[in-house]
Design a protein around this ligand. Sequence first.
Ligand SMILES: CC(C)(COP(=O)(O)OP(=O)(O)OC[C@H]1O[C@@H](n2cnc3c(N)ncnc32)[C@H](O)[C@@H]1OP(=O)(O)O)[C@@H](O)C(=O)NCCC(=O)NCCS
Length: 191
Amino acid sequence: MTQDLSAVPWPIRTARLTLRPATPDDVDATWAFRQDPAVWEWLTHRVEDREEYAGVFLAEDRLASTLVIELDGEVVGDLMIRIEDPWAQAEVVEEAKRTQAELGWVVAPPYAGRGVGTEAVEAVLEICFAHLGLRRVTALCFADNTASWRLMERVGMRREAYNVRDSLHRDRGWLDGMGYALLAEEWRARR
Ligand SMILES: CC(C)(COP(=O)(O)OP(=O)(O)OC[C@H]1O[C@@H](n2cnc3c(N)ncnc32)[C@H](O)[C@@H]1OP(=O)(O)O)[C@@H](O)C(=O)NCCC(=O)NCCS
């Protein structure tokens, strides 16, 4: 199945949260927490300037793969579902296309530690497997980003890789990185 996020019946609601695709109007709501050093410490981009951040957020591919998390009508985090093509041999490359997604997550610090990340990522897994029909999801993190890999393990993702000093951090130098994944059948077996 090859899908994109428009195949999902938005918004997706959980016990406390609403998940919906990000729009250009979400720049400031996400900038409010994305500019926090505690948030960008482990993220790809350090964004200290609002205009630079807007450029990153509004890039076509980025916006198309970003969801926002709302709690009581307020944007309290964002999520990434980047649908991608896994590696495949040449003869079966079409069969593999758009069958997996890389995931990412941010929760605004004032809302952290309340189960928002867990509840949102559990909904993301349902979106990926039940609505999009993907066969595998993946996520990467620095090994020192304990909050992130604990979240992955809490939602049932499996550690597949522990890479020694493979990832360059802007301040900390070469650090260990980890790769997690979950297959559709593993997700179904947990339900
Ligand atoms: C990683 C991140 C998204 C986690 O979000 P979060 O909303 O704090 O996650 P949760 O609240 O679901 O879980 C955090 C802790 O709160 C606990 N918790 C869960 N539900 C809870 C609840 N209802 N009340 C209180 N605590 C709760 C969890 O058990 C967890 O504890 P543990 O890590 O000791 O096991 C957040 O720390 C973050 O945005 N980090 C910065 C950005 C980042 O690093 N992104 C990932 C890059 S790879």
